[in-house]
Design a protein around this ligand. Structure first.
Ligand SMILES: Cc1cc2nc3c(=O)[nH]c(=O)nc-3n(C[C@H](O)[C@H](O)[C@H](O)COP(=O)(O)OP(=O)(O)OC[C@H]3O[C@@H](n4cnc5c(N)ncnc54)[C@H](O)[C@@H]3O)c2cc1C
Length: 559
């Protein structure tokens, strides 16, 4: 038997499941193979779901369920910087709990222009929610305990072989396209001969997932989701997992420590926590891992694509590994759906690599640079940091100030969420204005083509993005403008384009033209004060009906 679908997906981690759901919501039939058991949890890794990812989950109807899961509703999502977990607090980045957000409590990200602020939830709680939602969808077949092995393609489609890990039998799969969301060791990446390029080791981390029911009481005061210990003996990070007794603790190896076994795990855990030998805790699991900065030299070979960790790996600073993968999935889903539905021209698929590869390369540098800055700060913690004397007091004040300054940009990364733009896309019509610069922590809302369509609330209380929906949207700020020629041209090519009238009061200052076309992934494709003379050409641009651009340059490979 051959398992057939429009799109085949290898890997049912967060990226593969999200891509599958987005495709199915767009009417695409999907077969997904995953080597884990049905519902088998992942290891305890990602804790931060970015605002952009929550916006995507809102579109998929999952945001409320996700926001209700993970930490208790009232557990602050703050990041506390302390001498040890139980030691003195140096400073705190305030991020409200879900309940606090509903109460309107202020925090470092509460003024963001989004219907869905970030959420803190570990991957062990996130993935089962995604899996349960995905398994109920008609049009999506999930084959668990199945590992993809080989991929071949022709001009007409893709064939793959996979192994049933229970019976040992070989399975055959066939589809129009295949996407590898199969993680850092991606089989699909190897099958398309893409190579990871960059820095193979940026950091070495000894991670321990522990159960310590008495720990929270020892800390006292207001709890925090993230707890960063800074002291000369051992600095590290402790994330609250269930908000009661489970914690994920990262111990960063120093340059002069030759390997993972050269650091006594128990000693390091106790120094980071600030507890003595009589304190009891249980190690639930442990993982020693390398933080990397690697991006594949290509994200596509004709009908085969890679997404998420299969395409890029970096140190989890700014909590943007999974989130960048989810952004890949959102980008690719509507492009593939456009091809499957028939209104997208073949070259529409060129946009994926053209847009996502440079952005992920850029994020990888943000994350690596931050990892280096944090390592430098850990190395320079003053000896007197825990002293009662005035010198200790002064050292704590100074380090508190410096570490808040350094870290607020990664824990409230407005630029990473909203600032990035696509400036070399075959689907976007530039109009000559430069994109506003952004940093990891800051950005300026803008309608320059390529930027994220600025989010606003409509007068009736709806989010613009809810009104927008899954397709292209034409936003009209001047209701007297006749846009019928464009709507007719789009309809004649089957391109779904929804007209949304908004007032200039609703739109706010970022909207400076009377018309704007926002893509299905909420990036600006075109703007103007009147329709162009050649509406057919504009529709051609939106559906990728252009000569393909030349390939991107490649670099040195490490795998
Ligand atoms: C300690 C740590 C903390 C992190 N914190 C964050 C954070 O706060 N925020 C963030 O955004 N990211 C974070 N990350 C990164 C995040 O965990 C990953 O980026 C994310 O899991 C990638 O998702 P993915 O779906 O691309 O790959 P994966 O999660 O690796 O999923 C790949 C899936 O493919 C399956 N698979 C593999 N090969 C095959 C095959 N041949 N056939 C079938 N199935 C296959 C695997 O079983 C797996 O289920 C962190 C990572 C670490 C290590």
């Amino acid at each position: 038997m051959v398992h057939e679908a429009d799109v085949l997906i290898a890997g049912g981690g967060p990226v593969g499941l999200t891509l599958a759901m987005d495709l199915v919501q767009r009417g695409v039939r999907v077969v997904l193979v995953e080597q884990r058991e049905a519902g088998e949890p992942p290891s305890v890794k990602c804790n931060h779901v970015a605002a952009r990812s929550m916006e995507l989950f809102r579109r998929l109807g999952l945001a409320s369920e996700l926001r209700a899961a993970g930490l208790p509703d009232d557990f602050p999502h703050d990041i506390a910087f302390r001498t040890t977990f139980t030691g003195r607090e140096l400073t705190r980045i305030v991020l409200p709990s879900p309940a606090g957000r509903r109460r309107g409590e202020p925090g470092a990200d509460t003024d963001w222009p989004t219907p869905e602020p970030p959420h803190r939830i570990n991957q062990i709680y996130l993935e089962p929610i995604l899996f349960n939602a995905a398994r109920q969808l008609d049009g999506l077949t999930i084959l668990n305990r199945v590992a993809l092995e080989t991929v071949t393609q022709t001009d007409d489609g893709v064939s793959a072989t996979a192994r049933d890990l229970t019976s040992g039998a070989e399975l055959r799969l066939a589809g129009a396209y295949l996407v590898g969301c199969d993680g850092g060791r991606s089989t699909v990446r190897h099958q398309i001969s893409a190579r990871l390029v960059g820095d193979a080791v940026v950091q070495r981390v000894q991670s321990s997932y522990i159960r310590a029911p008495r720990l929270l009481a020892l800390q006292g005061g207001t709890p925090a989701w993230g707890n960063i210990s800074l002291n000369p003996r051992r600095s590290g990070t402790v994330y609250a997992i269930d908000g009661r007794e489970t914690w994920l603790l990262h111990n960063y190896l120093r340059d002069n420590e030759p390997d993972f076994d050269s650091v006594d795990r128990d000693w390091a855990i106790r120094e980071i926590l600030g507890v003595g030998p009589d304190f009891t805790y249980e190690v639930i699991s442990r993982e020693d891992w390398y933080g990397r900065r690697l991006v594949a030299d290509r994200f596509r070979d004709r009908r085969v694509f890679i997404c998420g960790d299969a395409a890029h790996l970096w140190v989890p600073y700014a909590g943007y590994g999974m989130n960048a993968g989810l952004a890949d999935a959102e980008n690719l889903a509507w492009l593939l759906a456009a091809r499957v539905a028939g209104w997208g021209a073949p070259a529409i698929l060129d946009a994926y690599e053209r847009e996502r590869l440079p952005i992920t390369e850029q994020v990888s540098h943000f994350a690596m640079n931050h990892a280096h800055a944090m390592a430098k700060q850990r190395r320079a913690v003053p000896q007197e940091i825990e002293d009662d004397a005035p010198a200790g007091e002064a050292a704590r004040a100074e380090l508190g100030r410096a570490t808040w300054e350094l870290n607020v940009q990664q824990y409230a990364a407005a630029g990473l969420n909203f600032g990035y733009y696509y400036d070399d896309s075959p689907l976007i019509e530039p109009d000559g204005e430069a994109h506003p610069p952004y940093t990891m922590g800051s950005f300026a809302p803008s309608t320059v083509p390529g930027c994220r369509t600025p989010h606003v609330w409509l007068a009736d209380g709806r989010s613009l993005y809810d009104a927008h929906g899954d397709d292209y949207a034409l936003l009209r700020l001047d209701p007297t403008l006749d846009v019928a020629p464009l709507l007719t041209a789009a309809a004649s090519r089957g391109l779904p384009l929804k007209l949304i009238d908004i007032t200039s009061v609703e739109a706010g200052p970022a909207y400076r033209t009377s018309l704007l076309i926002s893509r299905p992934d909420r990036h600006v494709a075109w703007r103007g004060d009147a329709l162009p003379g050649d509406v057919e050409a504009l529709v051609g641009r939106l559906r990728g009906d252009l000569t393909p651009l030349p390939p991107l340059p490649t670099g040195e490979g490490v795998s």
